[in-house]
Design a protein around this ligand. Structure first.
Ligand SMILES: [Zn+2]
Length: 473
């Protein structure tokens, strides 16, 4: 860390030097607290014992209380829409801003994925274990390390700037992110005032590698639906009428083929994307990570990461048709298809759905009847990188890691981020994280790189310290 100290702004060198010392000296206690959280098997899925999630909420609330900086620390639940059920407990702690300083909302989640099969773990899933430079255990990275980055950066700020700092804080540690954040939207609505912030730090993503920090600036959205294709009123013998009337499978295959160009890129007019610059990622790496067979080519246009981060994709994920075992010489009257599309950041999910629907209706071969239902959409997310919070976050990462952060996208979706954007449109959202490419979140042998953890923690401590001095947001 010492090699980057010369990059600190001259105005607050003592404070930031003190912050670095506080992070370093606090590290053993921070890791011990992280270990205690990992020992609680807080799997939020319905089939698992929810008393563990309650216990981890209590443990996080105790950590928040222990910082001594919050006006209020509560464990709260909200109703899951369309049910009488409450969601899993979240921790909400708030501290009012003073003297016109900004308020920062710090988000992470204390629930975890199920451990999966015991024999695939090299050490027990809920027994925090250090091997080499990594801490192994379910939740060690995703996302109990995110929880501890928030707690420990607040502790460091208290140590360096004193407990009377002026920055406003809202700490929101969710308890059901791994089970679909079902009560998240209700929780936001019910706690809108307490959660209101100028900037939101979502510590639940990853870094480019163990020595290069990243800010996640784009997430693809998604659209899924059922497509029904009908050509005949009833099944007929294929020998009797085949060649004279189209069966539904013929229509379906031709229609589905129209969704892509010959190079495999999406051929739907009105679906947008961008070829924005991306870090290098080779075809060899893509082949290795996906198990692409020898002789089979990748699909799409532009750099490989732009295909995953900033362009749309359409996949057929299921087809209901007669099975091979039950195949008879029959013209199928109807076929049902599940379509899953990824939407590029910058396009509204509803607009993307309309473009796909229009394409399917326009291209239905032989005048086949098209039905579309069971539609589900999730909004993509794109950060406006011109905001002051993004600039501060990048500068903090640069100073903590000694290396410029890269902007990354994520091909998948984090649906709750769309809820945050919708409820708090004025807030700037910073998606940071403690993971690296070897973290294996959700898999056996999940782990946290201890160097990444320390640098992520110092980044956030520097960010909070600088926002604590900021006026005119
Ligand atoms: Zn997570």
């Amino acid at each position: 860390m010492t090699d980057s100290e010369q990059t600190l702004p001259a105005s607050t060198p003592d404070l930031e030097a003190a912050l670095r010392v506080a992070v370093e000296n606090g590290l053993p206690a921070t890791l011990a607290d992280l270990g205690r959280l990992v020992r609680i098997p807080s799997v939020s899925w319905a089939a698992f014992d929810s008393t563990h999630v309650a216990a981890s909420a209590q443990a996080v609330a105790d950590l928040a209380l222990g910082t001594g900086v919050f006006d209020s620390v509560e464990i709260k639940q909200a109703q899951i829409p369309g049910t009488q059920e409450l969601g899993q407990p979240a921790v909400l702690a708030t501290r009012a801003a003073r003297n016109g300083r900004p308020t920062v909302l710090l988000y992470a989640h204390h629930d975890v994925q199920p451990p999966g099969s015991d024999d695939e773990w090299e050490s027990p899933a809920f027994e925090p274990t250090v091997r080499g430079d990594r801490l192994y255990g379910r939740g060690a990275a995703d996302d109990k390390a995110g929880v501890m980055v928030h707690i420990a950066s607040i502790r460091a700020l208290v140590e360096a700037a004193g407990p009377d700092f002026e920055l406003g804080l809202a700490l929101f540690i969710e308890g059901e992110e791994e089970f679909g954040s079902r009560s998240f939207a209700t929780f936001l609505e019910e706690n809108r005032e307490a959660l209101r912030a100028d900037a939101i730090v979502v510590a639940d993503s990853g870094n480019w590698d163990t020595t290069t920090p990243a800010l996640t600036i784009g997430l693809r959205g998604n659209v899924t639906f059922r497509l029904g294709i009908r050509t005949l009123d009833h099944a007929s013998h294929s020998g009797m009428f085949g060649g004279a009337v189209p069966d539904a499978m013929l229509a379906a295959v031709r229609l589905l083929a129209s969704l892509h160009n010959d190079d495999g890129s999406v051929a739907v007019a009105g679906l947008t994307g961008s070829l924005a610059g991306t870090p290098d990622y080779s075809e060899e790496q893509l082949r290795a990570e996906t198990g692409l067979l020898d002789g089979v080519s990748p699909i799409g246009r532009g750099s490989i990461l732009s295909r995953i981060w900033s362009q749309p994709a359409i996949t057929v994920t299921g087809i209901d048709a007669p099975s091979v075992a039950n195949a008879s010489n029959t013209l199928s009257p109807s076929v049902s298809v599940r379509i899953s599309a990824r939407i590029a950041p910058g396009q509204a999910a509803d607009d993307a759905f309309s473009a796909i629907e229009e394409h399917l209706r326009q291209n239905a071969p032989f005048g086949a009847r098209i039905e579309i239902d069971d539609v589900d959409t999730g909004e993509p997310f794109l950060v406006d990188t011109s905001g002051w919070a993004v600039a501060e976050a990048r500068r903090a990462m640069q100073d903590a890691w000694g290396r410029e952060p890269v902007d990354i996208g994520v091909g998948g979706s984090i649906p709750f981020i769309a809820d945050l954007v919708r409820v708090f449109p004025e807030a700037q959202i910073l998606v940071t994280g403690v993971e690296d490419p070897d973290s294996r979140a959700h898999s056996p042998n999940e782990s946290l790189h201890l160097g990444v953890f320390k640098r992520a923690l110092l980044s956030e401590a520097l960010l909070l310290s600088r926002l604590n001095e900021r006026t005119g947001h």
